[in-house]
Design a protein around this ligand. Structure first.
Ligand SMILES: Cc1cc2nc3c(=O)[nH]c(=O)nc-3n(C[C@H](O)[C@H](O)[C@H](O)COP(=O)(O)O)c2cc1C
Length: 187
């Protein structure tokens, strides 16, 4: 029997005015598109009407989080954290996140967004979301992509990290989809 494709929602957390966000996202989404057995839904936080955020369900967001089997959050790092609108988007849903895995792609200056990712791990723990161990972090990301938006050098390490991250995400997404189908999550 052929298995239904895993639905992975990719949440783009960069701000509207961000310049690296679009090129990093497009680089990552190209890679995601080549994964077998995965259907990607792209949710761009910069396009959401967040209102006052916090706990207000967004028609354009929550149902798509509910429909997903797992998530990838793509985030920049600003002042050792992740952008505020991304937090408002995360807070706008609750049970829709439960018992699913999340993976991260981050970009920044020296730190490659690692501190933003560590903060997001604790936010998602509160939402009963399992975060996968391997993340993709792009250090000095502005310098990695040229005027045409493509990488200026081979991003071999980052490409390998994308594959490793996806292997872990898919494992968790399949395992948790089966588990949710067998018994309701108690959260
Ligand atoms: C206000 C601001 C704060 C920043 N803080 C950090 C930081 O704490 N750590 C880091 O590694 N990079 C930091 N950066 C660098 C950005 O993460 C980096 O330039 C990234 O490519 C920005 O992506 P964007 O162009 O899509 O906004 C900061 C940039 C700005 C504008």
């Amino acid at each position: 029997m052929q298995q239904e494709k895993l639905r992975i929602a990719v949440v783009l957390g960069g701000n509207h005015s961000g310049r690296t966000g679009p090129v990093v996202s497009s680089w990552f989404l190209d890679r995601a598109a080549s994964r077998d057995g995965v259907a990607v839904d792209v949710l761009d936080v910069a396009e959401l009407d967040l209102g006052d955020g916090h706990g207000t369900s967004l028609e354009s967001f929550s149902p798509r989080i509910e429909a997903a089997d797992g998530f990838v959050v793509v985030t920049p790092e600003y002042n050792h954290g992740y952008p505020g609108p991304l937090k408002s988007a995360i807070d706008s849903a609750r049970k829709e996140w439960f018992a699913k895995p999340v993976a991260f792609v981050s970009y920044g200056g020296m730190s490659g967004g690692l501190r933003a990712v560590e903060q997001l791990r604790s936010v998602f723990a509160e939402l009963h979301v399992t975060s996968v161990r391997t993340s993709v972090s792009l250090h000095n990301a502005q310098r990695m992509f040229g005027a045409e938006g493509g990488p200026v050098d081979e991003l071999r390490g980052a490409e390998d990290a994308v594959e490793e991250m996806f292997d872990q995400l898919v494992w968790w997404a399949l395992a948790l989809r089966e588990a949710r189908g067998r018994r309701p999550y108690p959260g």
